[in-house]
Ligand binder design. Structure first.
Ligand SMILES: Nc1ncnc2c1ncn2[C@@H]1O[C@H](COP(=O)(O)OP(=O)(O)OP(=O)(O)O)[C@@H](O)[C@H]1O
Ligand code: SF4
Ligand SMILES: [Mg+2]
Length: 342
């Protein structure tokens, strides 16, 4: 059996809406994360994909306890950390780190990178003076930055180098889990691969576990062992990366896969492109039943009334789970189901 490092059990994160309070008896909420159960195994990379607003960053912040959850449980290394006080969380915080999308926005422009990277040491009282400086310079070297640039400011670095600063800072306390929230989305394509390779090297060297968040499946495919697909605050499908690509079961996953560009024009012409109708509904009042039903090419009456559980079906591996009453069959053409031309 594989060790589970992080477990989410029916996690919800609802944000109360500030407006309308005086006029409504019941307060409305943005149901950003609405009942997510997931396991992250030690040493793996779990990819997390979904359209903008699907709740990926909110879920990331629940995992790292940057958000208190509305309900459900967060279990790290066998310990329930859901209600832990800030004080009790201190040792846990060393083990769980985050890397953010915007490598510039998350770095204070008026501070020198040496002290930025050394922040975790200052907060956790690790090393002092020259010892701390030496540790920071070792980290800079590890992530491919010139240690002599210790006294420079963030603006003196390129986008890719700034993300290396973010990586160094996340790595400072030798965490076990790093949640990477779109770490390469803001970077030039040519730089993206460098950062991804750096993350892969560090994972191997330090036996790290990653949750890797991205908008689409094309980046996630190359870095993940398993992938979870999010839609409107819920997990639509989760599977190892090969099964997800070979036999997507959830129509939403199939649509996301069909949107990945294929370089070969002949293959690309033959491939079905599934166009979803409509927009993502509001997470304030998500659709009843399966929340994908207003956009789903396979939707039937049952879908609007009964919420599908996230389970393994059709003889799939136990680990391949989809929340769909009518899972996609291999070779099935969904655009036909939709009444659209392929
Ligand atoms: N602090 C907050 N207060 C109120 N609503 C929030 C807050 N944070 C997020 N939301 C809402 O929760 C929903 C999910 O947002 P979230 O940022 O988690 O999505 P995301 O999948 O990370 O999107 P993106 O791909 O754009 O980063 C959105 O409707 C968003 O507006
Ligand atoms: S449960 Fe129904 S609406 Fe939801 S994804 Fe499956 S077929 Fe589509
Ligand atoms: Mg986000």
């Amino acid at each position: 059996m594989t060790d589970v490092l992080l477990e989410l059990d029916d996690v919800r994160k609802w944000f109360p809406l500030a407006s309308d309070r005086l006029f409504r008896r019941e307060r409305e909420h943005v149901k950003a994360v609405d009942g997510v159960s997931l396991r992250v195994r030690a040493g793996e990379t779990l990819g997390l994909v979904g359209e903008t607003g699907s709740g990926k960053s909110t879920l990331a912040r629940c995992m790292t306890r940057l958000h208190d959850v509305t309900s459900g449980r967060v279990i790290f290394d066998g310990v329930d950390i859901t209600q832990m006080s800030q004080r009790d969380l201190r040792p846990v915080r060393r083990e769980i780190q985050m890397i953010f999308q915007d490598p510039y926005g998350s770095l204070n422009p008026r501070r020198r990178v040496g002290s930025i990277i050394g922040d975790p040491y200052a907060i956790h009282g690790v090393g002092e003076g020259t010892d701390r400086k030496r540790r920071v310079q070792e980290l800079m070297e590890l992530v491919g930055l010139n240690p002599e640039h210790y006294n420079r400011f963030p603006a003196e670095f390129s986008g890719g180098q700034r993300q290396r600063i973010g990586v160094a800072r996340a790595l400072a306390l030798r965490p076990r889990l790093i949640v990477c929230d779109e770490p390469v989305s803001a970077l030039d394509v040519s730089i993206q691969a460098q950062i991804i390779n750096l993350l892969a090297d560090l994972q191997a060297e330090f036996n790290l576990t990653y949750v890797f968040i991205a908008h689409d499946l094309s980046v996630v495919r190359h870095v993940s062992d398993r992938v979870a697909v999010m839609y409107l605050g819920k997990i639509a499908e989760v599977a190892d990366v090969e099964s997800l690509h070979a036999t997507p079961r959830h129509p939403y996953t199939a649509a996301l896969l069909s949107a990945i560009p294929i370089p070969d024009p002949e293959l690309s012409d033959r491939r079905e492109r599934i166009i979803l109708r409509g927009e993502v509904p509001s997470p304030i009042n998500p659709p009843a039943g399966c929340r994908f039903h207003p956009r789903c090419p396979k939707a039937q009456d049952r879908c609007a009334g009964e919420e599908p559980a996230l389970v393994s079906r059709n003889g799939d591996e136990e680990d391949h789970r989809a929340a769909c009453h009518f899972p996609v069959q291999p070779g099935e053409r969904l655009s036909a189901a939709n009444g659209e031309r392929p």
